[in-house]
Design a protein around this ligand. Structure first.
Ligand code: CP
Length: 322
């Protein structure tokens, strides 16, 4: 794998390879192997032009657990505030020896520009670009769904026949877009639920069903319900219902949680707006996978960095050296 820019163009075979390598990585964590030596001598740069807690920290943890060196760059406090361009910033970091650049940027397409412009030779991983994609989030979500539904029999399995309902601010969500493409590639059936004003105009070209009624969608018995963060910072008051109205019609509360099949799970990529798209009861219930998603994110990002920088599947049994 040279770059990971999106899930729309990720093949089923490549997606399953990432998920299966992530299983191997998770096993090493369970066996309390703190570090694998596999990326010793490599440098991973976290290039974050937008805020992040989970993604940035878990890429850092993933790189360190593979013994890579990590350089964290945040646009705040850097020469970006003096007007330095993406090209000059990236080339400066490349000159410090970057082998992989993990980039989060507010502009959709910035990671692809970095990967295809010839400015740098490092592999590029999209850590979220504008409203376009967030591929490692979708991969960790698929990993979590597979793990919860199939347990130890997860390896090698796709999500054929699994029903996933994605609820909320689809319009602004790169998480939703990456999940739609990846879940479809893995064989899942995806339903989007949102107020009409938060459904993107190009949704007719997506492999999804759209439902505007959350109670109806829940009554169809999804295996997984994925609640999206309402992106209040990107919202135009003209098309957003009041928070109270949104919560009443589209929030996951105790009553709706109870109406789900007993074995269905609840995902949220974080950060959560508790009391808006998800109640505290739902967020903290045994069906919630919110913290498992965070844990799984480290294993999935280890797998992505490994496949990007080492190129082939690791033998984690042999590589249990500290
Ligand atoms: N889910 C996610 O991308 O979270 P952060 O913005 O904290 O990285």
């Amino acid at each position: 794998m040279r770059h990971l820019l999106d899930t729309q163009h990720l093949s089923r075979a490549d997606a399953l390879e990432i998920l299966d390598v992530a299983e191997d990585m998770a096993d090493t964590q369970r066996r309390e192997v703190k570090k694998l030596p596999t990326l010793r001598g490599k440098t991973v740069v976290n290039l974050f032009f937008e805020d992040s807690t989970r993604t940035r920290i878990s890429f850092e943890a993933a790189a360190k657990r593979l013994s890579a060196d990590v350089i964290n760059f945040s646009a705040k406090g850097s020469s970006v505030s003096k007007g330095e361009s993406l090209q000059d910033t990236a080339q400066t970091l490349q000159a410090m020896g970057a082998d992989a650049v993990v980039i989060r940027h507010g502009a959709s397409g910035a990671p692809r520009t970095l990967a295809t412009s010839g400015w740098i030779s490092a592999g590029v991983v999209n850590a979220g670009d504008g409203t376009h994609e967030h591929p490692t989030q979708a991969l960790l979500d698929a990993f979590t769904i597979r793990k919860r539904l199939f347990g130890d029999a997860s390896r090698g399995r796709d999500l054929d026949g699994i029903r996933v309902t994605i609820v909320g601010d689809v319009l602004h969500s790169r998480v939703a877009r990456s999940n739609v493409w990846l879940l479809h590639t893995l064989g899942a059936h995806v339903t989007l639920v949102a107020p009409p004003t938060l459904v993107p105009q190009d949704v007719s070209g997506w492999p999804v069903e759209v439902d505007y009624d959350l109670d109806h969608a829940i009554s169809t018995g999804p295996n997984a319900l994925m609640m999206l963060r309402i992106q209040l910072e990107r919202m135009n008051a003209a098309y957003f219902p009041t928070e109270r109205e949104y919560s009443r019609r589209y929030g996951l509360d105790a009553r709706r949680l109870e109406a789900l099949p007993t074995d269905s799970i609840v995902l949220h990529p974080g950060p959560m707006n508790r009391g808006l798209e998800i109640s505290a009861e739902a967020a903290d219930s045994p069906r919630s996978t919110v913290l498992e998603q965070v844990t799984n994110g480290v294993s999935v990002r280890m797998a992505v960095l490994y496949l990007l920088l080492a190129g082939e599947r690791p033998d984690t049994e042999k590589e249990d050296l500290r």
